[in-house]
Design a protein around this ligand. Sequence first.
Ligand code: G1P
Length: 306
Amino acid sequence: MKKRLSKLKSPADCRYPLKQITKAVVPAAGLGTRFLPATKAQPKEMLPIYDKPAIQYVIEEAVAAGIRDILVVTGRGKQAIENHFDRSIELEENLKSQGKRIALQTVREISDMVNLHYVRQKEARGLGHAVLCAKSFVGNEPFAVFLGDDIIDHPRPAIMQLMKIWEKYQAPVLAVEEIPRARTKAYGIIKPEVISNRLYKVLDLIEKPSSSQAPSRLGIVGRYLLTPDIFGFLEKTRPGTSGEIQLTDALRRLNRCHPVYAWQFEGRRHDIGNKLEFVKATLAYALKDKSAREPLLNYLRDITSS
Ligand code: G1P
């Protein structure tokens, strides 16, 4: 193992020549149980954050970073995602006949945005298994993974920040954020070695440790740049925390052979898998809309003053 690590020290030795990352995987097969009953008959990825379904924010981040092909890993009952990014001729005709040009343009832009591909994860066997479903789509290229529960707001998309690190090290990069010690049980946590401001070499990583076992407070959030080596490790990974195949466990094994880096991204993350954060994200995006800002602030003052 050690021998391989030293062989890969220089980016020039990399097996994936320097090029832009153009493929991404968005796992979206989860049942959304934390959002019941809202998600009983609709995918949680389609819940709107102000005026767009949550998954659209993530797809837009990928597009802004130059990603051209996205594989959405879906499951039963997720057709609304495909419909949303597909053309809707009937709706377009209707908007056209009513002269609603802006709405028509918005609707068309959604379907023209990017090449979307879909694969079904037949059983809910965890994030690692969902990523493994992307093996043939990814082929022999580095790729990005976006978790739809994490919406990150920053002028420089979080995934582009990770790409900068990839360009230098040609190795997997994970987005991390400092989280409260009491919350380590909800995250993959890294054991970091500081390289420079915001950049760490990952010495180890562990999925959802208790606060006493956590090697740091740096939690992995939903942006990863991975190399296809991960698939071999995922294939060998047994169910871990919650009886699921964990991406963190496969990364842990990969990290023993190849270096993995972590970037503490700039930007505000909304964990929309959590009801309170979901509401906060909706408010944050509504407040960005100039026409909604003042009336919304007045309304908030009104309902909080009584
Ligand atoms: C997943 C990952 C975990 C990561 C988290 C980020 O957990 O397994 O390592 O820290 O996403 O949101 P989940 O939130 O699906 O339980």
